[in-house]
Design a protein around this ligand. Structure first.
Ligand SMILES: [Fe+2]
Length: 235
Protein backbone atom coordinates (compact mmCIF):
# COMPACT_ATOMS: atom_id res chain seq x y z
CA UNK A 1 0.00 0.00 0.00
CA UNK A 2 0.97 3.63 -0.51
CA UNK A 3 0.10 6.38 1.97
CA UNK A 4 -0.03 9.69 0.08
CA UNK A 5 -0.64 11.98 3.08
CA UNK A 6 1.60 11.82 6.15
CA UNK A 7 3.32 14.16 8.59
CA UNK A 8 6.15 11.69 9.21
CA UNK A 9 9.09 14.08 8.74
CA UNK A 10 10.69 14.92 12.09
CA UNK A 11 10.58 18.43 13.55
CA UNK A 12 9.07 20.20 10.54
CA UNK A 13 5.40 20.82 11.38
CA UNK A 14 2.80 19.57 13.88
CA UNK A 15 3.58 15.97 12.93
CA UNK A 16 6.46 13.86 14.27
CA UNK A 17 8.43 16.06 16.68
CA UNK A 18 11.63 14.00 16.44
CA UNK A 19 13.33 11.14 14.62
CA UNK A 20 12.29 8.51 17.17
CA UNK A 21 8.63 9.38 16.56
CA UNK A 22 9.16 9.22 12.78
CA UNK A 23 10.71 5.76 13.19
CA UNK A 24 7.86 4.57 15.42
CA UNK A 25 5.41 5.74 12.72
CA UNK A 26 7.47 3.97 10.05
CA UNK A 27 7.41 0.71 12.04
CA UNK A 28 3.62 0.85 12.41
CA UNK A 29 3.21 1.61 8.70
CA UNK A 30 5.43 -1.29 7.63
CA UNK A 31 3.62 -3.69 9.99
CA UNK A 32 0.34 -2.58 8.37
CA UNK A 33 1.60 -3.38 4.87
CA UNK A 34 2.47 0.17 3.80
CA UNK A 35 5.54 0.22 1.56
CA UNK A 36 5.63 3.84 0.43
CA UNK A 37 4.77 7.07 2.23
CA UNK A 38 4.59 10.52 0.67
CA UNK A 39 5.67 13.04 3.30
CA UNK A 40 3.29 16.01 3.18
CA UNK A 41 4.19 18.66 5.76
CA UNK A 42 1.93 21.72 5.97
CA UNK A 43 2.89 24.58 3.65
CA UNK A 44 1.08 27.83 4.45
CA UNK A 45 2.75 30.20 2.03
CA UNK A 46 4.76 32.01 4.71
CA UNK A 47 7.98 30.93 2.98
CA UNK A 48 9.18 29.10 6.08
CA UNK A 49 9.31 25.67 4.49
CA UNK A 50 10.91 25.29 1.05
CA UNK A 51 10.77 22.18 -1.13
CA UNK A 52 14.56 21.98 -0.83
CA UNK A 53 14.17 21.63 2.96
CA UNK A 54 11.54 18.91 2.50
CA UNK A 55 13.76 17.04 0.02
CA UNK A 56 16.69 17.14 2.45
CA UNK A 57 14.53 15.87 5.34
CA UNK A 58 13.19 13.04 3.13
CA UNK A 59 16.71 12.01 2.07
CA UNK A 60 17.85 11.95 5.70
CA UNK A 61 14.86 9.87 6.83
CA UNK A 62 15.25 7.41 3.94
CA UNK A 63 18.90 6.97 4.84
CA UNK A 64 18.02 6.08 8.47
CA UNK A 65 15.20 3.77 7.37
CA UNK A 66 17.57 1.97 5.03
CA UNK A 67 20.28 1.61 7.71
CA UNK A 68 17.73 0.10 10.10
CA UNK A 69 16.43 -2.28 7.43
CA UNK A 70 12.89 -0.88 7.61
CA UNK A 71 11.18 -1.63 4.30
CA UNK A 72 9.67 1.80 3.79
CA UNK A 73 10.45 4.39 1.10
CA UNK A 74 9.52 8.03 1.63
CA UNK A 75 8.85 10.44 -1.25
CA UNK A 76 8.71 14.23 -0.86
CA UNK A 77 5.49 16.22 -1.02
CA UNK A 78 3.50 18.87 0.83
CA UNK A 79 0.01 19.73 2.00
CA UNK A 80 -0.57 23.09 0.40
CA UNK A 81 -3.07 25.50 1.94
CA UNK A 82 -5.65 26.81 -0.52
CA UNK A 83 -4.75 30.49 -0.14
CA UNK A 84 -1.11 29.75 -1.00
CA UNK A 85 -1.72 27.25 -3.79
CA UNK A 86 -2.13 29.69 -6.69
CA UNK A 87 1.34 31.15 -6.19
CA UNK A 88 3.23 28.10 -5.01
CA UNK A 89 1.68 25.08 -6.69
CA UNK A 90 4.54 24.49 -9.16
CA UNK A 91 7.03 24.12 -6.31
CA UNK A 92 5.18 21.66 -4.10
CA UNK A 93 3.99 18.73 -6.20
CA UNK A 94 3.96 15.19 -4.81
CA UNK A 95 7.02 13.09 -5.69
CA UNK A 96 8.14 15.81 -8.13
CA UNK A 97 5.24 14.91 -10.42
CA UNK A 98 2.08 16.71 -11.50
CA UNK A 99 -0.26 15.93 -8.58
CA UNK A 100 -0.43 18.13 -5.48
CA UNK A 101 -2.28 17.91 -2.17
CA UNK A 102 -4.66 20.83 -1.65
CA UNK A 103 -6.04 21.74 1.77
CA UNK A 104 -9.20 23.85 2.01
CA UNK A 105 -10.02 25.79 5.19
CA UNK A 106 -11.82 23.44 7.62
CA UNK A 107 -14.83 25.74 7.92
CA UNK A 108 -15.98 26.28 4.34
CA UNK A 109 -15.47 25.82 0.64
CA UNK A 110 -13.82 28.96 -0.81
CA UNK A 111 -16.00 30.78 -3.36
CA UNK A 112 -13.26 30.66 -5.99
CA UNK A 113 -12.46 26.95 -5.51
CA UNK A 114 -13.92 25.84 -8.83
CA UNK A 115 -12.18 28.61 -10.81
CA UNK A 116 -8.85 27.72 -9.26
CA UNK A 117 -9.32 24.01 -9.94
CA UNK A 118 -9.83 24.85 -13.64
CA UNK A 119 -6.68 27.01 -13.59
CA UNK A 120 -4.59 24.17 -12.12
CA UNK A 121 -5.94 21.63 -14.60
CA UNK A 122 -5.19 23.96 -17.51
CA UNK A 123 -1.60 24.16 -16.27
CA UNK A 124 -1.38 20.36 -16.39
CA UNK A 125 -1.46 20.01 -12.60
CA UNK A 126 -3.94 17.80 -10.75
CA UNK A 127 -5.16 18.94 -7.33
CA UNK A 128 -5.97 16.25 -4.80
CA UNK A 129 -8.45 17.69 -2.30
CA UNK A 130 -7.31 16.59 1.16
CA UNK A 131 -9.92 15.16 3.54
CA UNK A 132 -13.05 17.04 2.32
CA UNK A 133 -15.13 14.93 4.71
CA UNK A 134 -13.61 17.02 7.52
CA UNK A 135 -14.66 20.33 5.89
CA UNK A 136 -17.78 21.64 7.64
CA UNK A 137 -19.54 22.93 4.51
CA UNK A 138 -18.82 19.79 2.47
CA UNK A 139 -19.78 17.44 5.31
CA UNK A 140 -23.19 19.17 5.43
CA UNK A 141 -23.58 19.04 1.65
CA UNK A 142 -21.18 16.46 0.16
CA UNK A 143 -22.67 16.85 -3.32
CA UNK A 144 -20.82 20.20 -3.54
CA UNK A 145 -17.69 18.19 -4.31
CA UNK A 146 -19.15 16.87 -7.58
CA UNK A 147 -18.47 20.01 -9.61
CA UNK A 148 -14.85 20.11 -8.41
CA UNK A 149 -14.34 16.46 -9.35
CA UNK A 150 -16.09 17.14 -12.66
CA UNK A 151 -13.52 19.88 -13.29
CA UNK A 152 -10.70 17.36 -12.81
CA UNK A 153 -9.88 17.46 -9.10
CA UNK A 154 -9.19 14.21 -7.26
CA UNK A 155 -10.28 13.47 -3.70
CA UNK A 156 -8.46 11.96 -0.71
CA UNK A 157 -10.35 10.87 2.38
CA UNK A 158 -8.71 10.09 5.71
CA UNK A 159 -8.62 6.43 6.76
CA UNK A 160 -9.69 7.18 10.32
CA UNK A 161 -12.70 9.18 9.06
CA UNK A 162 -14.08 6.05 7.43
CA UNK A 163 -13.46 3.92 10.52
CA UNK A 164 -15.31 6.44 12.69
CA UNK A 165 -12.32 7.50 14.79
CA UNK A 166 -12.75 11.16 13.76
CA UNK A 167 -16.43 11.33 14.64
CA UNK A 168 -19.80 10.55 13.14
CA UNK A 169 -20.03 13.54 10.79
CA UNK A 170 -16.71 12.74 9.05
CA UNK A 171 -17.64 9.06 8.85
CA UNK A 172 -21.06 9.69 7.30
CA UNK A 173 -19.57 12.08 4.74
CA UNK A 174 -16.67 9.72 3.88
CA UNK A 175 -19.16 6.90 3.36
CA UNK A 176 -21.36 9.10 1.11
CA UNK A 177 -18.38 10.16 -1.01
CA UNK A 178 -17.22 6.55 -1.39
CA UNK A 179 -20.64 5.28 -2.37
CA UNK A 180 -20.96 8.08 -4.95
CA UNK A 181 -17.59 7.42 -6.58
CA UNK A 182 -16.15 10.73 -5.42
CA UNK A 183 -13.04 9.27 -3.75
CA UNK A 184 -9.76 8.49 -5.50
CA UNK A 185 -7.33 8.10 -2.60
CA UNK A 186 -7.45 7.01 1.03
CA UNK A 187 -4.54 8.10 3.24
CA UNK A 188 -3.70 8.31 6.93
CA UNK A 189 -2.82 12.03 7.41
CA UNK A 190 -0.83 10.54 10.28
CA UNK A 191 0.73 12.96 12.75
CA UNK A 192 2.14 10.49 15.31
CA UNK A 193 2.01 6.81 16.28
CA UNK A 194 -1.12 7.64 18.32
CA UNK A 195 -3.01 10.42 16.54
CA UNK A 196 -4.42 9.46 13.12
CA UNK A 197 -2.19 6.41 13.23
CA UNK A 198 -0.22 5.39 10.12
CA UNK A 199 -2.64 2.52 9.52
CA UNK A 200 -4.60 1.93 6.30
CA UNK A 201 -5.70 -1.72 6.46
CA UNK A 202 -8.60 -1.16 8.86
CA UNK A 203 -10.15 1.46 6.57
CA UNK A 204 -9.50 -0.63 3.44
CA UNK A 205 -11.46 -3.44 5.08
CA UNK A 206 -14.30 -0.99 5.74
CA UNK A 207 -14.14 0.37 2.17
CA UNK A 208 -14.61 -3.16 0.84
CA UNK A 209 -18.11 -3.13 2.34
CA UNK A 210 -19.05 -0.24 0.02
CA UNK A 211 -16.86 -0.95 -3.02
CA UNK A 212 -15.50 -4.04 -4.73
CA UNK A 213 -12.26 -5.49 -3.37
CA UNK A 214 -10.41 -4.03 -6.38
CA UNK A 215 -12.15 -0.68 -5.94
CA UNK A 216 -11.03 -0.46 -2.31
CA UNK A 217 -7.44 -1.47 -3.12
CA UNK A 218 -7.27 1.10 -5.94
CA UNK A 219 -7.55 3.85 -3.30
CA UNK A 220 -4.32 2.79 -1.58
CA UNK A 221 -2.40 1.07 -4.38
CA UNK A 222 -3.30 1.62 -8.06
CA UNK A 223 -4.33 5.28 -7.92
CA UNK A 224 -1.39 6.33 -5.68
CA UNK A 225 1.03 4.53 -8.03
CA UNK A 226 0.08 7.06 -10.73
CA UNK A 227 1.51 9.82 -8.52
CA UNK A 228 4.93 8.18 -8.22
CA UNK A 229 7.62 8.39 -10.91
CA UNK A 230 6.71 6.53 -14.11
CA UNK A 231 7.62 2.86 -13.94
CA UNK A 232 7.80 2.75 -10.14
CA UNK A 233 6.40 -0.52 -8.82
CA UNK A 234 5.78 -1.93 -5.39
CA UNK A 235 7.92 -4.89 -4.31
FE1 LIG B 1 -2.36 16.63 6.78
Amino acid sequence: MIDIHSHILPGIDDGAPDLNTSLAMAELAVADGIQVVIATPHVDGSGYLTMAMINTAVDQLNSVLQKRGLGLIVFPGAELQFHAAKQLVDQYCLASGSFFLLEFPHSHLPADALDLIYTFIQKGLTPIIAHPERNREISMEPGKLSSLVGAGAKVQITASSLTGELGTSAQICARFLLKNNLVHFMATDSHSPNFRKPILSKAVKKAKTYLSREGALALVRDNPLAILPEGYSLR
